[in-house]
Design a protein around this ligand. Structure first.
Ligand code: NDP
Length: 293
């Protein structure tokens, strides 16, 4: 099968690697050098326009920061290149409302749409074990499922167009809440004389545990490794999407409002390239303690 892939960023690249192993892949990236080096490594074809990535492709993937960038690339030639029987699968953690609009427009031309944001990070993408939450029409989902299985392990059709991205935004809001709550909680305990490692040993064997307490804080904060795999700026975007969705649905969501504000502040202080877990550095700085050790 011929597949197009646009967006070879931190998460897009390892996903595209799986596709390149079994399919004829055409890749496009805004910074062309990334597409060229990917093509050299995998045997895929690097193309210079979004339109060329879509021509004759049965399935086209986009993996961009947010929905406005997806719209930009669609308007920049991708939409015109999509054939009538093709499907656009948007892996972007984007905006449900924008996706519903795009899906409607494409459907008028007989083109399928799935929003299929992923969870599992770069490790999950490399291992091909991502969780994929999919919005769109059931027959389109069934048709594309074998291709999603090349990089996903738990793949769930969660509703119509936009539903995958709605779920992803709320999912990431939960990660954000946990990062900030652990930053506050562990610095409080450190000052109160409880060592972070001891605190986590207890929490992780009791009911306050979470993915952030079990994996992210021990592997990234206590170890002092602070790797950069998922930008805090992207988490800020995700929580803003969840907060806007709550507003649209008439839900009072003070927790989402507050964590969105905190992420915004952290983004201003730490910059666009900081990893999401680095928010905990700010708690350390303010408290005058280090959780490492
Ligand atoms: P990156 O910032 O690493 O990559 C973004 C990609 O989008 C790059 O290929 C970049 O091109 C391209 N891009 C940015 N702006 C534009 C634009 N205006 N027009 C065209 N292309 C553009 O992000 P990630 O790969 O980390 O994330 C991609 C999506 O996946 C996001 O929605 C994110 O929330 C989500 N996600 C990320 C995870 C992670 O662990 N990193 C995990 C799960 C989901 P260029 O090379 O030119 O900069």
């Amino acid at each position: 099968m011929r597949i197009g892939f646009l967006g070879l960023g931190v998460i897009g690249r390892p996903i595209a690697m799986h596709l390149a192993r079994t399919h004829q892949l055409r890749v496009w990236n805004r910074t062309a050098a990334r597409a060229t080096s990917f093509a050299k490594e995998t045997g895929a074809e690097a193309v210079t326009t979004p339109r060329d990535a879509a021509i004759e492709a049965e399935v086209v993937f986009t993996c961009l920061p947010n929905s406005p960038e997806v719209e930009e690339v669609l308007g920049g030639g991708l939409e015109g290149g999509l054939g009538p029987e093709s499907t656009l699968v948007d892996l972007t953690s984007g905006i449900p409302e924008t996706s519903r609009r795009i899906a409607g427009r494409l459907s008028n031309r007989g083109i399928g749409w799935l929003d299929a944001p992923v969870s599992g990070g770069t490790a999950g993408a490399e291992a091909g074990t991502l969780t994929i939450m999919v919005g769109g029409e059931a027959p389109v989902f069934s048709r594309v499922l074998p291709t999603l299985e090349l990089f996903g392990k738990r793949i769930v059709h969660v509703g119509p167009a936009g539903a995958g991205q709605a779920l992803k935004a709320v999912h990431n809001m939960l990660i954000a809440v946990n990062v900030f709550a652990l930053g506050e909680g562990l610095t409080t305990l450190a000052k109160a004389g409880v060592a972070p490692r001891t605190a986590l040993e207890v929490i992780n064997n009791a009911n306050g545990r979470s993915f952030v307490s079990e994996r992210l804080v021990p592997e990234r904060v206590l170890s002092g490794a602070w790797p950069r795999t998922f930008r805090l700026a992207l988490l800020d975007k995700d929580v803003a999407i969840a907060r806007d969705l709550a507003r649209t649905e008439g839900i009072d969501a003070p927790m989402m409002d507050r964590v969105s504000e905190l992420l915004h502040q952290a983004r201003t202080e730490l910059g666009e390239e900081a990893d999401h877990v680095e928010a905990i550095r700010l708690h350390e700085r303010r408290a005058g303690v280090e959780l490492r050790g």
